[in-house]
Design a protein around this ligand. Sequence first.
Ligand code: PMH
Length: 384
Amino acid sequence: METKFHRDTWAEVNLDNIYENISSMKKRLKTGVSLFAVVKANAYGHGDYEVANTALEAGADFLSVAFLDEALALRKKGILAPILVLGASRPESAALAAGQGISLTVFDLDWLEKAKVMLEPGQVLQVHVKVDSGMGRIGIRDKDQLMKVESLLKQETCFNFQGIFTHFATADEIKTDLYEKQLAVFKGMLSILTGRPEYIHAANSAASLRFADPEWNAIRMGISMYGLSPSMEMLPILPFPLKQAISLKTKVVAIKQLVKGDSVSYGATYTAEGNEWIGTLPIGYADGWIRKLQGQEVLVNGIRVPIVGRICMDQCMIKLPGPIPVGTEVTLIGNDGNESITVDEIAAKMGTINYEVTCMIGARVPRTYIKDHRLNHVRNFILE
Ligand code: PMH
């Protein structure tokens, strides 16, 4: 392996799995339904550039990010595909976005008036109008406002009304009441349009995995692209197997034998009951391996061993059944022998959702990329 990092902690991202998850989703979609690959937040911690390329290779039509800076970062790395910024942008950024061929989300008439004067002569900004059908986050909530926005977009040649979309709050829950209500609100909004833009999109992973609607012609695929279920409730009803893409690995950097009464780490919350072997791992809460994970198990030579004592900023300790060589590989997330630790297991231990776990794996942790079943390259964000 080409050494591009100097601490033995890394996240391995299997791009073949991401490719397969997208291919499986594409097979489910009706002909003519486009796929937007959601690569915001550094592709949910997996690495924006690599995931974007893999998604495009697998047939994604559009990329989407949360903020303009994330879109610009992809352009800087040479990604030419269409990109939609899903979150709010400043009207002052309109010319920059138009110049870079980046589509922006719009939900306010004043915003459009301000953006109009920011655009340079001849520039055309691609806009997707956001409808708030019940998420309560961003978007137009009333028909009158939507009518005004549509008429301004039609009137002004500096804008192209490229898409309209909404976002579901509960598509991952078995109960479908709010989902249905939101869908009806969105359809009501669509019905007042005098024309239809190119893209009409509503479904996130959860909705795409469960429902299809003739009104929408694009989906936005996030969490399922990374091989993770949108919720635990959905695990038993997934229409195809999702392949988790991320693993988190480290190596033992120190090993010592404690005697009865010796303690481990800040606060001395762990005390050896007898002779015990303790290994030190170079990963800590500053890497997203937070203190809540005290007591969580990791895999060493295919067996589960616990993290003992408080997790420090950069290190944590594990209790071993016996001495092992310094340099032994340890799996924090992923497979080792017949054992496996899923992102969902870590999320449960942290008391959160899988989305948060992968997003929290910090920029200090390098990513290694598996492509065509082989190590393809390494990315070290802090040395970039
Ligand atoms: N579209 C929008 C507008 C989103 O905010 C998200 C995810 C997606 C699509 C993709 O959803 P999926 O990952 O469930 O497929 N956004 C967020 C969020 O804001 N917090 O958690 C997930």
